[in-house]
Design a protein around this ligand. Structure first.
Ligand SMILES: Nc1ncnc2c1ncn2[C@@H]1O[C@H](COP(=O)(O)OP(=O)(O)OP(=O)(O)O)[C@@H](O)[C@H]1O
Ligand SMILES: [Mg+2]
Length: 456
């Protein structure tokens, strides 16, 4: 059961809110002032905060700012007086996930809280996120240093930027870097994951809506373009945005004007747009998934982040930073890295790039006891047979090494020929399926479709 903290100084109203939410199946904690609520937020497991803007002492927004520093991930909804759009914008800038204007229909409250709980994973409206991951774009590789150099130049103009790159290469980190180096750095950075928002909500997500615009729209709501009007809107996974929305967004960006869904007023918006995708953009344009007019609008400047395997110099600095970070976070003291483990990390192909590296190190730090060894890494690196060969001198060693090498080559060829089908490959090699599996494991081989994972 999810817990909602209701913070409202008007007792009769608080009672109504609590009753409504309780009936809808939430567990309720209540409080009449921010001062009283803060210790609760620090000590209890809370999934959502519903706070009045105007409280006796500290305001709801001041409370929100404090919560954002110590518990950045708890979604907050601020209640404002009717028509006070300034307060609503202020609330959203301070990291509120949504706002609700009084008076409101109590029946709309529970669906809204549910949407916010679901929503926090979709839209990161939080410019003050001091989450658990370290921030900053770390690199020592010349190719990425050049990108950062260009990014600092581009940051100052308002041109749209498209960032391409495989999953986990740091597209979002680069987007935030651009924002932080721009004149807009004190304004919101609003990230929207275009792939995660249900299609029927996308339009209202971008343009906002007025109360009554559609079923379920009990309150009016600011869209991300309005919210990021002075800041940056980050269109993550832009390759997954439905074409009809690309048309609408293109028009809004060209005319610098929007209309909320169900609204009549034209509202001026001037956001800076940064988009990212791990898809092949040319292909997306060819298949019609991405409209070319939209593409040209968004990709005034493009950056392509190289995968980690093409910038191996970055591996150890990233490993060391993650080691220090997770040792501290997990209270493990000074964690060492065994030389063989280091060799494996340096020669692994990192198909999941930096995200995978962080996960591998986090798990290793958790499992190890002061020193990270190969068995803590959970990655497979193919033995470099040629290097091993140099260290081998006795005849039996040379013979067994030659057998290993021949076996590896034959198995790899068979797997390639059969498209990675191990059962067919075993037949082809005249060995049992089980023997093949054992050998694949022994030599840390992988099937062709996952061959990226076994490059030296
Ligand atoms: N250059 C870097 N320096 C430090 N950390 C980085 C760097 N690049 C990426 N990271 C870290 O790696 C993880 C993945 O980065 P990010 O979310 O920016 O990748 P992405 O390219 O957006 O991936 P996806 O396409 O899967 O969304 C994050 O935790 C981020 O902090
Ligand atoms: Mg991303």
């Amino acid at each position: 059961m999810e817990t909602v903290l209701v913070l409202e100084d008007d007792k009769p109203l608080r009672d109504v809110l609590c009753r409504v939410l309780e009936t809808a199946g939430f567990f309720i904690l209540e409080s009449s002032s921010a001062e009283e609520a803060l210790p609760l937020i620090e000590t209890k497991q809370i999934d959502c905060i519903l706070a009045d803007f105007k409280l006796g002492g500290m305001s709801g927004i001041e409370l929100l700012r404090r919560v954002r520093l110590s518990k950045p991930h708890i979604p907050c909804v601020i209640m404002t007086a009717f028509g006070s759009i300034d307060v609503a914008v202020e609330a959203m800038k301070s990291g509120a996930n949504d706002f609700i204007s009084k008076p409101f229909e109590p029946a709309g409250l529970a669906p809204m809280i549910r949407e916010v709980l679901k929503h926090k994973r979709i839209v990161d409206r939080d410019a003050l996120d001091r989450g658990k991951k370290p921030r900053g774009f770390l690199t020592v590789s010349p190719s990425c240093e050049k990108i950062l150099d260009q990014a600092r130049h581009v940051a100052h103009v308002d041109s749209s930027v498209l960032i391409q790159g495989e999953s986990g290469t740091g597209k979002e980190v680069l987007a935030r870097y651009l924002h932080e180096h721009s004149e807009r750095h004190a304004e919101p950075f609003v990230a929207v994951n275009c792939a995660a928002i249900p299609p029927d909500l996308l339009e209202s997500e971008f343009f906002g809506h007025e109360a009554g615009a559609f079923t379920g729209a009990t309150q009016s709501r600011i869209g991300v373009l309005e919210l990021a009007s002075k800041g940056t809107v980050f269109l993550d996974e832009v390759g997954d945005m439905p074409p009809h929305l690309q048309v609408k967004l293109l028009r809004a960006l060209q005319e610098h004007e929007i209309r909320r869904v169900g609204g009549t007023k034209q509202i001026k918006v001037m956001p800076r747009v940064i988009a990212a995708t791990n898809r092949n953009v040319e292909e997306a344009i060819e298949t019609g998934q991405m409209r070319d007019d939209f593409y040209y609008r968004v990709a005034v400047v493009t950056f392509t982040l190289p995968p980690l395997r093409d910038r191996r110099d970055d591996i150890m600095p990233l490993v060391n930073r993650s080691l220090a970070h997770f040792s501290m976070l997990l209270g493990k003291g000074d964690v060492k890295l065994d030389p063989l483990a280091q060799e494996m990390l340096e020669s692994y192909s990192w198909p999941g790039n930096i995200r995978e590296l962080e996960n591998v190190i986090e798990r290793a730090v958790l499992m190890c006891d002061g020193e990270v060894r190969p068995e803590h890494l959970g990655i497979f690196v193919r033995l470099d047979l040629d290097t091993l060969e140099e260290a081998i001198r006795t005849l039996p060693e040379i013979a067994s090494q030659a057998v290993r090498k021949a076996e590896v080559q034959a198995i790899e060829r068979a797997l390639r020929m059969t498209g990675g089908n191990k059962s067919k490959a075993a037949d082809f090699l005249g060995i049992s399926y089980k023997t093949l599996l054992n050998k694949v494991k022994e030599y840390a081989l992988s099937a062709p479709e996952e061959s990226g994972a076994s490059e030296p």
